[in-house]
Structures are given as structure tokens and as C-alpha cells.
Design a protein around this ligand. Structure first.
Ligand code: G6P
Length: 489
């Protein structure tokens, strides 16, 4: 019955993520400038017309006054966004602290911060309390806006407590939770002081999703080993209640990239970049300036390649776009200095009066310039030390229909499981191996490039973000219906 009803009226989907897809800049007491950011999640959900979508999240600004909160809420409503207001102290402990200094490195196998580990351990409890408090605040906002029958889809490591908070408020809410990062081996998760509470909170969801089968398996084994629960082929069972656990690999809105390549402004950029870098092979890295992206390792591998291949000096350029991120977290500040130092050294060693081997930018590019860069690139270098999926590799493939460039991809990115057959897979810690891959890629014959590209292009254009979101949401609906049937039998 419920499946039939769903066909007649649009079901509402409340997407809850730490960050709204719109960032707000204050221009006056009650005046806001809103900028829409079309990240992976937004483009995934834009394509779904079957549901009426609302977003719940933090607007990324501190708004202490009532006038500001009211006016921002009204402005965001036009974009179907509902803000959660977090004050500065809470953001510091919850977002900079627990999310980005503890969960993020741990989930990416980097362990807890080494240098200030004592401070991290001492502030652990207050950060964890702030994390729970922030999650409860998200739940309270959802509660205000929830209507019976809505689906609530919680996203990412910032909101692991949210499923529990929501179900405590109303056990009938359909709750899904999706993790955009890796879920590490249970041996890593075991080191978390709050290991059990986090798992139990996530298990309150009806459906729990990951990018890869491995991450899902790690989660189930953490639940069996740490909580002593039963793992089944469908998920995790606790006293007869099943939390369904499965892999849902995300994709991109490939049409958006294909359409962009036809636009005059993108074609102009392509011409401009070809003139600028013409005569040299272009290698490209596009990453947030984050430890997990392996930017220093990538630079060291490129340096080794230049050392070993003097014939390539002057004939190749590495364009590294490093988008600043989480700049209030000390580990990220240290990384920026380290990257600048290595870039400076390599350019000093191998540059000439007129050219340098690395163009490094600490900023993001607009979408059209980015598409053009992807299109003119000969070799893309994705060397993440760990990465939930890595959609830069997908975006590069989508823009390479004519050039058929080569993708060098870390075996530790989730994307290695989907693009592995077309890419050259590398261990980013092994700079000798990555240097050899660079040489192989630059010298690859056209027919091999074409074969590899076609494989990946087919994957990227069929496993889209829209298909990902539709599959997750329909699986969530079905999971809830099946659970209801089981309890009435
Ligand atoms: C990763 C996370 C996202 C996050 C993004 C940007 O992709 O999985 O949840 O939004 O990084 O990080 P930021 O801290 O700026 O939101």
C-alpha cells in the first residue's frame, strides 16, 4: 500500500548534513548574501524530482542575534534550506575539535594527532559532549519541520549521533545515514574512547550506507566485535531489530560536465590554457588542502620523476590546485607550510628563467575554468592516502572524451574500486612507484589510453549521482516497509 501511495504524492526528503549547500555572508543587520555551492551531494539530489527535498544544516556563520537569525532563516527558506544555529564555542569543540581533529583523521587511518596528542586526549570529553549537543540541536530542528511520512537522510561523520536523537524523539521516523568517508578497520575504530556510543547511535538508523563494500564490512565487524551484536548478510541485528547496512557508491552529475564543455566560455578557457601550456604535457592535481589527499607525497613523486627523467624537464608541468579547507585546525596550517616548502624546493631545483615545473594555487577555480583544465590535461594525479570515494577522478574522466588522458589513482581511494580497470593504480606512499607511473602515463600509446578511458567513461556516465541518491532513498523506503511487515507477521 505504502509503495502505491508514494506514486501519487511527492514524498518529502529532509537531507541533514553539517553544511547547507548554501553559504551565507552577512551584508547588514538583516541582509544576507547567499552563495549556492554545487558539491557532490547537491548535484546528486538536484537530479531527483521524485521527492520534495529540504535541507537542514549549519550555514557556516556565527549569528548570535535574533534579528540575524530570523532574517537568515527567511532568506534560506527560498532555497529550501533550514539553518541550524551553532555558536562559536560549540563550533570550535564540535566541528574543529571532535569532527575534524578526531573523527576525520581516525576514519582516514591517520590516527589521532601526533604532536598535540596530550591536548587532544585531555579535551576529548568536552569535544565529545559538544558533538552530542550539536547533533541534538540538528535533531531539534528536524523535529520542528518534520511531517509524518517524511524521510530523513543524515549525512556523514559529523552526524553519527543524529539517528539516535531522531528515533528517541519519534521511533516512526524513517532514518537513513550515509558516510562519505571511509569507515576504517574495526582495529582502528576500537581505539576511539567513544567507540561503542558512536556505533550504537548509528545503528538507530533504518539504513546505513557506505561508498564501498569494504567500508560496510568494517562497520559490521566493528559492531560485532565491539558491541557483541550479530552481523547478518543484510546488516546488524540487535534483539530482533535489523539495521540494514549496504554499499551505495556515489557518482557525479556527468551531464553537467559534458554540457559545460560545449559552452563558449569553457571553449575560450580551453584555448587560453592550451596557448599558455602548449608544447608541454599537462599533469593536474585538484584537491582540498587536506592531509588525506597526499599532496606532499604527490610532489615528492613528481620530484623523483624529474630527477630520473632529465629529458622531461621543460616538457611537463604539474598544475596543483589546492583548495584551502578547515584553516582553523592546526594540522591543516602545518600542512600548508609543508606543501609550500616542497613546491618551492622543486621549482628552485628544476625551474628555468622562463618556466617552473609546478604551478601551485591555494584556491578554488570557478566551475568553467575547472572543466577546461580537466579537458586539456594529459595525466591526472590523485594520490589520496585514504579517500571515501574521490570525485575529482570522476570529473576528470567526464571531461576527457576527446583527449583520453590517463588517470593515476591511489589504491586507497574508494574510486579505485570502480575506476581501477581504466586507471593506473598506485600506492601513494611509494614515491618510486608513483614516479614510474608518471613516466608510464606520459609515454602511454594512444590505443591503450583510449581503451582505459573508454572503460572509465562508461562507468562515470552510467553510475551517476542521481542514480546513487535514488537507489539509497528507495532502499530506505523498502527497508522500513519490510521491517513493518516483519513486526506484524
Ligand atoms: C568531505 C566531507 C564533507 C565535507 C567536505 C568539506 O568531503 O565528507 O562532509 O563537507 O569534506 O569539508 P568542510 O569541513 O569544509 O565541510
Amino acid at each position: 500500500c505504502e509503495r502505491q501511495d508514494r506514486r501519487h504524492s511527492k514524498q518529502r526528503l529532509l537531507v541533514v548534513a553539517n553544511r547547507l549547500p548554501v553559504s551565507a555572508v552577512r551584508k547588514g543587520e538583516a541582509c544576507w548574501q547567499l552563495e549556492v555551492s554545487v558539491g557532490g551531494l547537491v548535484s546528486a539530489l538536484l537530479g531527483i524530482t521524485e521527492f520534495e527535498t529540504r535541507w537542514v544544516g549549519w550555514a557556516g556563520v556565527n549569528v548570535p542575534d535574533e534579528i540575524g537569525r530570523k532574517s537568515l532563516t527567511e532568506s534560506l527558506a527560498a532555497k529550501r534550506c533550514i539553518p541550524v544555529f551553532l555558536d562559536e564555542d560549540l563550533v570550535h569543540l564540535y566541528y574543529n575539535g571532535y569532527c575534524n581533529n578526531i573523527l576525520w583523521p581516525l576514519f582516514h587511518y591517520l590516527g589521532l594527532p601526533h604532536e598535540d596528542w596530550l591536548a587532544t586526549i585531555c579535551s576529548f570529553q568536552s569535544q565529545f559532549d559538544a558533538y552530542k549537543k550539536a547533533n541534538q540541536m540538528f535533531a531539534d530542528v528536524v523535529k520542528e519541520h518534520y511531517q509524518e511520512g517524511d524521510i530523513v537522510w543524515c549525512h556523514d561523520y559529523h552526524l553519527m549521533f543524529l539517528p539516535k536523537c531522531l528515533k528517541e524523539q519519534n521511533s516512526n521516523i524513517k532514518v537513513g545515514w550515509f558516510l562519505h568517508t571511509p569507515f576504517p578497520s574495526s582495529e582502528i575504530h576500537r581505539t576511539m574512547p567513544s567507540r561503542s556510543e558512536l556505533l550504537t547511535a548509528v545503528l538507530a538508523a533504518d539504513l546505513v550506507g557506505f561508498h564501498t563494500y569494504d567500508y560496510a564490512r568494517h562497520f559490521v565487524s566493528a559492531c560485532t566485535r565491539i558491541l557483541g551484536l550479530e552481523g547478518t548478510p543484510d546488516g546488524v541485528e540487535d534483539q530482533g531489530r535489523l539495521t540494514r547496512v549496504a554499499a551505495f557508491p556515489i557518482g557525479i552529475d556527468s551531464d553537467r560536465f559534458l554540457r559545460a564543455l560545449q559552452l563558449p566560455q569553457v571553449k575560450n578557457y580551453i584555448k587560453e590554457f592550451e596557448e599558455r601550456f602548449g608544447g608541454r604535457k599537462v599533469m593536474l592535481g585538484v584537491d582540498r588542502l587536506d592531509m588525506i589527499k597526499g599532496i606532499p607525497q604527490k610532489l615528492l613523486a613528481f620530484e623523483k620523476f624529474l630527477e630520473e627523467n632529465p629529458n622531461w624537464h621543460d616538457k611537463v608541468v604539474l598544475l596543483q590546485i589546492a583548495v584551502p579547507t578547515r584553516t582553523d585546525v592546526p594540522e591543516y596550517q602545518k600542512l600548508t607550510c609543508q606543501v609550500h616548502e616542497i613546491v618551492g624546493r622543486i621549482n628552485g631545483r628544476f625551474g628555468t628563467l622562463t618556466t617552473v615545473p609546478i604551478h601551485h594555487l591555494d584556491r578554488s577555480l570557478d566551475f568553467h575554468a575547472l572543466c577546461a583544465l580537466y579537458a586539456i590535461t594529459d595525466v591526472a594525479l590523485v594520490t589520496s592516502l585514504r579517500d571515501g570515494m574521490n570525485l575529482v577522478s570522476y570529473e576528470f574522466v567526464a571531461c576527457q572524451a576527446s583527449k583520453k588522458g590517463v588517470l593515476i589513482l591511489s589504491e586507497f581511494a574508494g574510486a579505485a574500486q570502480s575506476l581501477g580497470a581504466g586507471a593506473i593504480l598506485v600506492n601513494p606512499w611509494n614515491v618510486t612507484e608513483v614516479a614510474a607511473a608518471i613516466s608510464y602515463a606520459l609515454n602511454m600509446p594512444p590505443d591503450e589510453r583510449e581503451k582505459r578511458h573508454n572503460h572509465n567513461f562508461m562507468h562515470v556516465t552510467t553510475h551517476t549521482s542521481q542514480a546513487w541518491a535514488e537507489t539509497f532513498v528507495s532502499e530506505l523506503n523498502d527497508t522500513v516497509v519490510e521491517a513493518q511487515l516483519r513486526t506484524t507477521q
